[in-house]
Write a protein that binds this ligand. Sequence first.
Ligand code: CA
Ligand code: CA
Length: 147
Amino acid sequence: MSDYVRSLLTEAQEQTLVDAITQAELQTSGEIRIHLEKTTGNTSAQQRAKQWFGKLEMHKTAEKNGVLFYLAIEDRTLALWAGEGINEKVPTNFWQEIIDLMISEFKVQHFSEGLIAGVEKTGQALGKFFPRQDDDIDELSNEISKG
Ligand code: CA
Ligand code: CA
């Protein structure tokens, strides 16, 4: 297990975060994932988010409604990447509001709280555009991905 992740997130907090994703997905057919890594390397958070969205095969959901929360811990940077189905529907300032909400928590060292707040808000918002159906399938794992 990578030290850089454990420095910010205890095992119990990580489980709480996975539970928050599971809860959020009860409201929507959208699929939420979190990817943590040490650094973006020599590219931008936005580019890395896009790459990981592909690596995690998040473009393969039926309604193209996956959302990836990407965070590079040492770089203290984050980006969200959403499937095409979502970008057609949500207003343009939608992701910025969620990012601002998370950053306000991160600034006071509330790392897991910030992520949970972002996941909850995303679940609520996606529920309006992509309501959960009775025959919902968990198309993408709720576990935290770490690179
Ligand atoms: Ca689902
Ligand atoms: Ca899922």
